[in-house]
Design a protein around this ligand. Structure first.
Ligand code: SF4
Length: 495
């Protein structure tokens, strides 16, 4: 927007009440995921006239986003499902009501006759016009299953026609429709790329109250993506896009009262940050130099006495790894893997038995040239821990910078770790902070502080009574580090 118009434009959604060819005249039927109001924007839910819709929309955007410039967005139902005369009158009336810088019209592939296309072409000469096309998926079976009322070819043909008329096309797609998998949504996105659409609006599937999908879901619920799972699919798709393709939306937005599933505890902005941060950690450039100095954290990755000394004297010695390996194979879970020094040093122990290493880190940029024997899992620890189904003899927990990585140290994480640690297992942490000791204790561990000069940590084993004090909390396992640290401070002040 900034590149094209010189500033950000905020969409002012309007419902022209043209209806939709996929619904009966009484509003029945339609796509199985679509609510009866055709997904009217929440801020104009009660507005009666067009003027009131615009006033409410602009007031909302100004207050919420400090918005200054606006784009008119014909959003609900199908914006071109009307006679040419009705369309012309409606768009022109709306464009006269406010100094909109652009207009976006949401519609279906089967509502774009030649007359409409010729008119939209002319309108595009007067004001920048975006066509937001409901594609949803390009899988015919799914289209029929969701009662979309057109096939994939209709979408492909519509995109080609719109482009032939020189119009910008933004495709809406849904990720997570029933019976679809990664191959399906990848195929949809790849086809849209080949068709050179201007952009994509991604939606994760929402089950909305009183839709056909809701009824089906009540009868036989199926798995709907949580925020972390959807993020994995979305990142996979985002990585396919050419860098000049606009991404207009990352996730769906349904008013709380209307949403059946999924119930996320991650807010929309927080989800966008998570995607940004995760992609940065996986594919960006490392900000850690060869001295182990992290630009991002403004700290050294290891104590002054050195990474190797910390690996040997804290992690390896206190977990009694050598002794454990003399008896049997050992399963090690290395969390906060970083450069991998702890595990790489551990793998130097010679033994007739094998050390099996699973490593977790959200930052994949610094772990380079790892031996194949290390099973390296990239991602937020709260998500990746859930995916583990083994038990471990030894856990290394190296959060590096406690308060900036509070999400690795909450009671809820320790509770997950408790399930993963064998009865006679041990966890070694590179922090001895009080919050961590208390957190371990609340999760049913006992801990002993150990120190060797500036190398300090905890030796944690299964045990009895919790300690007094306040640990970190992350009740839904999605809060940001800042939120987790702030919540603990708040609880401490309250107590
Ligand atoms: S075409 Fe659009 S408005 Fe019509 S039923 Fe489907 S989603 Fe709803």
């Amino acid at each position: 927007m900034q590149k094209e118009y010189g500033f950000e434009l905020y969409s002012i959604a309007v419902d022209l009440e043209f209806g939709c060819p996929n619904r009966d005249s009484d509003g029945q039927g339609g796509c199985t995921f679509c609510p009866s109001d055709g997904a009217r924007a929440v801020q104009i839910k009660d507005a009666k006239s067009l003027e009131e819709q615009i006033q409410k929309g602009i007031a909302f955007a100004k207050k919420r986003y400090k918005a200054k410039h606006f784009m008119l967005y014909i959003q609900a139902y199908s914006g071109t499902f009307a006679t040419l005369r009705q369309q012309k009158e409606a768009y022109e009336k709306l464009l006269n009501l406010y100094d909109f810088k652009a207009i976006a019209i949401g519609t279906r592939p089967d509502c774009l006759g030649d007359e409409t296309l010729a008119y939209l072409h002319d309108l595009n000469q007067k004001i920048s016009l975006h066509v937001e096309l409901g594609v949803q998926t390009l899988n015919d079976k799914t289209l029929s299953h969701i009662n979309r009322g057109h096939d994939a070819k209709a979408s492909v043909d519509a995109i080609k026609k719109l482009k032939a008329y020189g119009l910008k096309v933004f495709a809406h797609i849904i990720v997570g429709l029933p019976h679809e998998n990664r191959a399906d949504w990848s195929h949809t996105v790849q086809t849209l790329i080949a068709l050179k659409v201007s952009g994509i609006k991604f939606h994760n599937l929402h089950i909305i109250k009183n839709t056909a999908l809701h009824v089906a879901f009540q009868k036989e619920p199926w798995k709907i993506f949580d925020a972390y799972e959807y993020a994995e699919e979305l990142i996979h798709l985002l990585r396919m896009l050419p860098c000049d393709m606009v991404v207009q939306r990352l996730s769906s937005d349904t008013p709380k009262n209307d949403l059946i599933a999924p119930i996320w505890h991650m807010q929309k902005g927080q989800f966008a940050n998570y995607i940004h941060q995760t992609m940065h950690y996986r594919f960006g450039k490392s900000s850690v130099d060869e001295r182990f100095w992290s630009e991002e954290y403004g700290e050294y990755y290891y104590p002054k006495s050195g990474a190797i000394k910390q690996a040997r004297e804290l992690f390896i010695a206190h977990s009694q790894l050598e002794k454990r390996l003399t008896c049997k194979d050992v399963y090690l879970l290395d969390i906060g893997f970083g450069f991998g020094v702890n595990s790489l040093e551990a793998l130097k122990i010679t033994s007739k038995n094998t050390l099996h290493v699973s490593a977790l880190d959200q930052d994949a940029r610094i772990a380079k040239n790892l031996p194949k024997s290390i099973d390296f899992i990239v991602g937020d620890i709260r998500y990746t821990l859930k995916k583990l189904d083994k038990k471990y003899d030894v856990i290394f927990l190296d959060p590096f910078c406690e308060d900036k990585n509070a999400s690795m140290l909450s009671v809820e994480v320790f509770m997950m770790l408790k399930k993963l640690l064998k009865k006679d297992g041990v966890m070694i942490t590179s922090t001895k902070e009080e919050s961590v000791r208390v957190g371990c204790s609340h999760a049913g561990f006992k801990s002993v502080v150990v120190s060797h000069g500036d190398i300090k940590g905890l030796v944690v084993t299964h045990a009895d009574e919790p300690l007094n004090g306040e640990p970190y909390h992350d009740p839904h396992l999605v809060w940001s580090d800042k939120m987790i640290a702030a919540y603990r401070n708040q609880l401490k002040k309250g107590s």
